[in-house]
Design a protein around this ligand. Sequence first.
Ligand SMILES: [Zn+2]
Length: 102
Amino acid sequence: MKIKKEDKVRIISGAYKGVEGKVLKVFPNDNKVIVEKVNFIKKHQRPTQQNPSGGVIEMESPINVSNVLLICSKCGEPTKAKIKILKDKSRTRICSKCGDMI
Ligand SMILES: [Zn+2]
């Protein structure tokens, strides 16, 4: 996955198109991410001891990683990051717009 936790991303399709937010969680096996304040769903909660009346809570649900673009921390543009393998075999992400490491 090219997207990591704490990355800033822009949503490029669906109801939240154009929204930017921080990645809260990644699910590499599913190719999904949770983005802050994006794709809220209402969840009905059963009554618990802390919340005896139960109720409805809103929380972010995962979206497909193909619906987001990484925002470059250097140039601030949404970019399709390229992976580059460094001499020490570590992988780094390169912005396709400005060529800087993200
Ligand atoms: Zn850039």
